[in-house]
Design a protein around this ligand. Structure first.
Ligand code: PMV
Length: 358
């Protein structure tokens, strides 16, 4: 990677960013003068579901992952974020689905500092999300991916997708992948991450059926949980060591559209990640009895010859990945599992983007 590919983490010491920002203030002006418009920009991103999981950090301070990962970006679940910088605001404000949110505000402010410099004007951030938040459905991935796109635009700073992905990844490791669509590989390099689409959504249109088994927020956040695993799980080092091989197998499976191969390696990788969690001290167990009922139902479908596999993240929801023809059967099977509150279906979709005309 050349030096020019390096991310520019902008701080008030960064004179280029400061100059850009001054230009922005001069060109877009302050909100109260007569000929001036507020700079409100809106972006949308979809969550991504990892098939080869990220669990553990190489560098906690910079939020760099210890392992590479591979995910699919969804299309029908989304987060929309709008950002408006204003010299009139004394502090950042965040509204999530029409309610003021104090809880997420510090992470949002930190992310805005990285995007636009800590000497930026304060921002009004509004977020709308069409699926449950903080329940292991990657709501932070879509939120931070949308946030960096909207905030960069609002700050008048042009960035390519990789730079945006690195900024999103600094806020939430998995968010870096939502900048890209389809099948996305994130390489955890020593100095920084590299992220790219290895196959577009329409080259292999898989379906993801999500079984919601408990809609509430998870008991332990993924950041805290993975640090606990790294410190205390006896399986953590072999998890890290085996990741490159799993990733290579999954990449081959995607590129050759080998569903069976992708199914086997994805389930194995997911169960290894959860074994690392279970063996942490204190243990981290995100599953509930409905999660297990769904796993059993997926196993039964596989035994009957259907093309479906499961994956589970830092929460009790089960995601079943299947060929499009199997969608109705997979959905009705999961709906019938004891403890499943509802199911959602999504195809694969595009990366984060600006919503024009907002
Ligand atoms: O991006 P974070 O810090 O929310 O961590 C995500 C961790 C998993 O969802 C469990 C795995 C992954 O790769 O998305």
């Amino acid at each position: 990677m050349s030096e020019s590919d390096e991310p520019r983490f902008i701080s008030h010491h960064d004179s280029h960013a400061a100059a850009t920002y001054t230009r922005l203030l001069l060109s877009k002006k302050t909100p109260n003068s007569s000929d001036q418009k507020k700079m409100r920009t809106e972006a949308q991103a979809q969550p991504n579901i990892a098939l080869i999981k990220y669990w553990g950090k190489r560098d906690i301070e910079r939020n760099l992952p210890a392992v590479s990962s591979l995910s699919v970006t969804l299309d029908s679940l989304w987060t929309r974020m709008s950002v408006e910088f204003s010299a009139d605001l004394a502090a950042d404000e965040l509204v999530v689905n029409t309610a003021v949110s104090e809880e997420m505000l510090p992470r949002v402010s930190e992310c805005l500092d990285l995007v636009a410099g800590s000497d930026r004007p304060r921002a009004m951030v509004t977020s709308e999300c069409n699926f449950p938040i903080a329940a292991g459905l990657a709501s932070s991935a879509s939120a931070f991916a949308a946030l960096v796109v909207a905030a960069s635009e609002a700050a008048g700073i042009e960035r390519d997708e990789l730079s945006l992905a690195r900024l999103a990844g600094a806020a939430s490791g998995s968010a870096a992948r939502s900048l890209f669509g389809g099948f996305v590989e994130l390489q955890a390099n020593e100095e920084n991450i590299d992220v790219s689409t290895i196959a577009d959504a329409d080259t292999w249109p898989l379906t993801v059926v999500i079984a919601i088994t408990a809609p509430g927020a998870k008991p332990v956040g993924s950041g805290e949980a993975m640090n606990r695993s790294a410190k205390s799980s006896p399986f953590y080092s072999s998890w890290v060591q085996q990741q490159a091989a799993d990733l290579a197998t999954a990449r081959e499976a995607v590129l050759s559209k080998d569903f069976g191969k992708l199914a086997t390696v994805s389930e194995h990788n997911c169960l290894k990640m959860h074994s690392v969690m279970w063996a942490s001290r204190p243990p981290i167990v995100y599953w509930n009895s409905a999660t297990l009922a769904c796993m059993e139902a997926v196993r039964q479908l596989q035994n009957d010859g259907h093309a479906v596999f499961f994956t589970i993240d830092a929460g009790p929801q089960l995601k079943a990945v299947c060929l499009p023809d199997e969608t109705d059967l997979v959905r009705s099977t999961l709906d019938a599992c004891s403890g499943v509150e509802r199911t959602m279906v999504s195809g694969l979709g595009a990366g984060a983007r600006l919503l024009e005309g907002k």
